[in-house]
Write a new protein. Structure first.
Length: 128
């Protein structure tokens, strides 16, 4: 599943290469009609954590021009549940330095999640 096609819509995104690596900032909106929100959970939808991770990897792939895949979850802290209303206008800030990706989901003063991931170039043989 492509998270950025099915669950989360990137309204605006900007990225830059710095000495610290690739930095990305995106403003998000939910795809409210997504079946994921209908099933997770009915009448009280929240954004699944695995989808939040997927969005980070997809956004960094777009910004870097390389298809990346998740190799390892080093650390994740989910600090608040993120409903579709919370996604609307939220910011995803991420950096990629080598194979280390860090990301934070925020909206105003609320921090929804902080994560540190290891990503690598996508290799189809890795799926076998």
């Amino acid at each position: 599943m492509k998270v950025l096609e099915e669950i989360i819509n990137v309204q605006r995104a900007a990225w830059e290469n710095t000495d610290a690596g690739l930095r990305v900032a995106a403003t998000l909106a939910p795809r409210r009609n997504s079946n994921v929100y209908k099933g997770h959970f009915p009448d009280k939808p929240i954004t699944p954590g695995v989808c939040m991770i997927g969005a980070v990897v997809e956004l960094l792939s777009q910004a870097s021009g390389n298809t990346l895949q998740l190799a390892k979850v080093n650390n994740i802290k989910y600090l608040s549940m993120m409903s579709p209303d919370d996604v609307d206008g939220a910011t995803l800030a991420a950096t990629l330095n080598g194979e280390t990706a860090t990301a934070t989901y925020t909206k105003g003063d609320t921090i929804y999640a902080k994560m540190k991931l290891t990503v690598q170039p996508f290799h189809e043989t890795a799926l076998l």
